[in-house]
Design a protein around this ligand. Structure first.
Ligand code: COI
Length: 364
């Protein structure tokens, strides 16, 4: 696998004691980066040989397309320390597939899924000692692709670079896994039909930030996005998918907004739908309106709401605020269903429960 890559790791590796001190500190999310990264250039219509190079600033021509017209996509997945000391990544091929789909939407070249997965193996073999082993910790992997061609004409670029680096991380939200407060955004939209909502492209996140700032100003952590056309249906929360837990006869069912082309098809979302079915929950993907949400809280059929994504796994929602009011959810508590699903998924990821769906990719 490393056959397709040239390995030129950093010349002056950090001392083990220095690395240990960093890993023992408060890692947070996405603030610490390891010493090497993978780089693959695309030029003359083909991907070039991959390289493992020192992590550090990259040089770009000021006319590089990405700086003007925004051809930039990324992914996020994680490597977990396993009980035998080895490493495994969670569904890397699913992220590789989505990366290729995002590339297609932005008229960028697709990186073959096997090269995407090999790149993560090469990086992790080199950076193994940087993968933390504490509770809730993992190595967040961030692959990205940008257009590097220096050309100001508005057209798909002919040159790109793929980079992949690692960030030893703990909890995504600074307060840990606690119910969060959400701002129901009615004045901005994240994605419209025919747009890029389904792609994991930088522009979607740039366009979301004014609403994210509004949420923060309102004392909330993230935004709830509604559909662009009717401003009626719930789509996503910030950069994460949403789940609703309803009473269902003697048991419970999980409802999540259906994929209409404007939502990101989350790998955690897909995994939770499968895992919930294994655990005996009913599951349903459908349009969920703001009115359904309010009604479910009023009549008591909606017992929990949570968000999911790679970075934060599962985060309970404790409160929704909007102009003129707010709703409390499950008394602002971390409910038993979100907790059970979170623990079940983490047990698979950390190799403590059987991987019946074949989701874990062992780093060779
Ligand atoms: C995730 O939930 O993993 C995300 O996509 C958020 C990320 C952009 C930090």
């Amino acid at each position: 696998m490393a056959d397709g890559f040239d390995l030129k790791p950093t010349q002056t590796p950090k001392l083990a004691s220095e690395r240990e001190a960093i890993l023992k500190g408060n890692l947070g999310f996405g603030r610490v980066f390891t010493e090497n990264m993978v780089k693959i250039r695309y030029a003359e219509g083909a991907w070039q040989r991959g390289e493992l190079v020192p992590y550090g600033p990259i040089t770009l021509d000021p006319a590089a397309s990405v700086l003007h017209y925004g051809q930039a996509i990324f992914e996020g997945f994680k490597a977990y320390r396993q009980p035998d000391g080895g490493l495994a990544t969670f569904r890397p091929a699913a992220n590789g597939k989505r990366f290729a789909a995002s590339a297609a939407r932005l008229a960028m070249p697709a990186l073959p899924v096997e090269v995407f997965v090999d790149a993560s193996d090469v990086l992790l073999q080199s950076e193994d000692a940087w993968v933390p082993s504490g509770v809730g910790q993992s190595m967040y992997l961030r692959p990205l692709m940008i257009a590097t061609e220096a050309a100001l004409g508005v057209k798909p670029a002919k040159e790109y670079v793929f980079l992949l680096f690692g960030s030893p991380s703990g909890d995504y939200f600074p307060n840990g896994v606690k119910p969060i407060s959400l701002w129901l955004c009615t004045d901005y939209v994240r994605a419209a039909p025919g747009g890029t909502g389904e792609a994991k492209c930088a522009g979607n996140y740039a366009a979301s930030l004014v609403a994210q700032q509004k949420a923060i100003d309102e004392g909330c952590v993230q935004v709830i996005w509604l559909d662009a056309v009717e401003r009626k249906y719930v789509e996503e929360m910030g950069g994460m998918n949403l789940f609703f837990v309803y009473k269902d006869g003697a048991g419970h069912k999980l409802v999540t907004p259906q994929l209409t082309g404007t939502l990101l098809a989350g790998v955690t979302r897909d995994s939770l739908l499968k895992l919930a079915a294994d655990l005996g929950y009913g599951i349903e993907e459908k349009m969920v309106s703001v009115q359904d949400w309010e009604q479910g809280l009023k009549d008591g059929s909606l017992v929990e709401v949570f968000a999911c994504g790679t970075a934060a796994v599962i985060t309970p929602v404790g409160e929704v605020k909007f102009d003129g009011g707010k709703w409390d959810i499950n008394g602002g508590e971390f409910g038993p269903h979100a907790r059970k699903l979170r623990e079940s998924l983490l047990a698979i990821q950390y190799g403590q429960a059987p991987d019946t769906h074949g989701w874990m990719h062992r780093v060779p």
